[in-house]
Design a protein around this ligand. Structure first.
Ligand code: NA7
Length: 553
């Protein structure tokens, strides 16, 4: 690396770095390590008290890895982590994931380059200096040539705007901002709004303790057995021994998981064969249902129907009251909302202390200080749990709202679409890089691995810039348009855009409604490598105004 200084300089009250990273979650932590290894001076800022991002905030009861799970929801860049860290369950609880991230942070001494409890309130590009200026709520100001936004795809809470909600006088919690102090449900009447992953994970836990739980459901969901179980020491040992092969498989798989890609259509099998396979995968639990079944569930309506019918039948088998079971019947294409792994969710409706309100038939009219009122009547409550999700994928970038060339804000650029190139860069915002933002596979890929792969590209780009004596890089308008078309073409060949979901922005009123994730999986990493190999095809460069590293601010 050509950087002359790996430690920051100070001028006046401004600290100077090569790279400022916003966010110290899974991606931001890796960014600190990666750019530091390159010899760059780095500083990360995070509003939380410590590392973890999503895992710092989402500590609601029942919160677990809601995907293919441990031990593969992990960093892959260090063999040592795999050798040393023992995962204990296949669907680790939030506290276990946080413990792993704390171990990584200690091991790499990451915290010395992260400033916690510091909210970045303004970032602006200084065109003359070719640098970003960062203002924080603690008064710390920084300047950096590169800005890496690891702000979280699921970080900005979606708060429902319901009449009287602020008048409700009882305890109110959003699952994505769960308190660090214990929350007691004992003897309380609790209402939960939302039946996505967070609602479906927390409702069974709350129901075990609460006096009564009223579930306010807008959309019934497909949920699959999590199949959580302990990982035996032998299994952990086996994973360690075959780590090289496993990592190779993760890199090859479209979603970044160590399984073979499925190659059969659901329609190639007879109904009996399909039933047998679904039954087997249902028993195994976890994401096997998607990763090891058929390749056209998200593409063909007919294939989709076979899986959807199977799951609906399973829900009916579990839920004893037929009226409640009716309300729980999902009617969208299975998999086109984020698949959910559950631990006793449907059984919870067999308890006497749980009531399901179908908001499609019986909408919320208002809150009072002591109740929620739906069309059919009043439900007195002591506590409100908002499991209402996030302004996902683009929301945290818009909350940061960087100001680029000419002081133009991201909110001004992202009115109709989340314009970007490669899911990494945005025109008018030179030297700014997004991680897991719109236009990238983000939430459709194993996120720690995705962060590593995106960071490798960003690091190469920075190196290229410095080696070529360039001061700034920025995508062309036509590159953004072509990328947008590519993202749309891949998505439109599937059933995903046809369902209202947080993937399509439908959960947030007023948000542009379209599928902004790059669905091509590992193809994405080939595409960004091609761009790099063609000397950053589609980008404009600007020669450095001042010698490398010499900030003008
Ligand atoms: P999700 O999956 O977005 O779920 C939010 C839930 O809240 C969902 O059932 C929504 O219904 C419901 N919701 C949202 N706003 C309202 C209002 N205003 N009224 C009634 N119901 C509402 O968020 P999660 O936190 O559960 O999970 C997010 C991701 O985190 C998850 O997918 C994993 O990747 C980890 P809707 O379906 O929009 O009708």
């Amino acid at each position: 690396m050509t950087s002359k200084e790996a430690s920051p300089r100070e001028s006046g009250s401004v600290e100077h770095y090569d790279v400022v990273i916003i966010g110290a979650g899974v991606s931001g932590m890796y960014a600190v390590h990666h750019f530091r290894e390159m010899g760059l001076s780095v500083r990360a800022y995070d509003g939380a008290k410590d590392i973890g991002g999503t895992w710092w905030y989402n500590r609601y009861p029942g919160a677990r890895v809601d995907g293919p799970g441990s031990p593969y929801y992990c960093y892959t860049f260090s063999d040592e982590f795999m050798k040393e860290w023992d995962w204990e369950e296949t669907q680790s609880e939030w506290s276990a994931v946080l413990a792993y991230l704390e171990y990584v942070a200690d091991k790499l001494d990451l915290r010395r380059d992260i400033q916690f409890e510091t909210w970045v309130k303004d970032v602006r590009y200084d065109e003359a200096a070719q640098r970003w200026t960062v203002e924080t709520d603690t008064g710390v100001r920084a300047s950096a040539q590169f800005l890496v936004c690891a702000v979280g795809a699921l970080s900005t809470a979606n708060m429902p705007d319901i009449s009287g909600i602020h008048d409700f006088a009882g305890e109110t919690y959003h699952t994505g901002r769960w308190p660090h102090e214990p929350v007691s449900f004992a003897g309380k009447r609790v209402a939960v709004i939302g039946t996505g992953s967070s609602g479906i994970q927390s409702i069974p836990e709350i129901a075990k303790e609460a006096d009564h739980v009223t579930v306010l459901q807008r959309t019934p969901q497909f949920a699959f057995p999590a199949g959580n179980r302990p990982i035996t020491p032998e299994e952990m040992e086996e994973a360690r021994e075959s780590w090289e092969t496993i990592r190779g498989k993760m890199l090859a798989h479209p979603g970044g998981f160590p399984v073979d890609t499925h190659t059969r259509s659901a329609l190639d099998d007879t109904p009996e064969e399909r039933e047998a396979l679904y039954e087997e995968l249902w028993k195994r639990g976890s994401f096997h249902f998607f990763l090891k079944s058929y390749n056209d569930i998200a593409i063909s309506e007919e294939a989709n129907q076979t899986m959807a019918d199977f799951v609906r039948k399973k829900i009916r088998e579990v839920v004893k009251d037929p009226e409640t079971a009716d309300k729980l019947m999902p009617d969208h294409f299975v998999m086109t909302k984020r698949p959910i792994l559950e631990n006793g969710y449907f059984e919870t409706y067999n308890r006497d202390n749980v009531t399901l309100v179908d908001l499609r038939e019986d909408p919320i009219e208002r809150f009072t200080p002591t109740s929620v009122v739906t069309r059919s009547g009043e439900h007195p409550i002591d506590m409100l749990v908002l499991a209402t999700g996030f302004d996902a994928i683009s929301g945290s970038m818009l909350r940061l709202n960087p100001k680029g060339r000419g002081g133009r804000s991201l909110k001004e650029r992202w009115t109709d679409r989340f314009h970007n190139y490669l899911g990494l860069t945005i025109r008018d915002f030179p030297n700014l890089f997004m991680v897991h933002g719109p236009g990238s596979p983000g939430v459709f890929y194993n996120m720690p691995l995705g962060a590593e792969r995106q960071m490798a590209w960003i690091g190469d780009c920075i190196r290229h810039l410095r080696e070529q004596g360039q001061g700034a890089i920025e995508p062309r308008a036509e590159s953004e348009e072509a990328w947008d078309n590519e993202v749309a073409a891949i998505a439109n060949a599937t059933l995903f855009p046809r369902t209202d979901s947080w993937w399509t922005g439908a959960n947030v009123p007023g948000k542009p409604r379209y599928f902004s994730v790059y669905l091509g999986g590992s193809l994405y990493y080939q595409r960004i490598a091609e761009v790099k190999d063609k000397d950053y095809d589609g980008f404009d460069f600007e020669p450095a105004h001042a010698p490398e590293g010499a900030g003008a601010s």
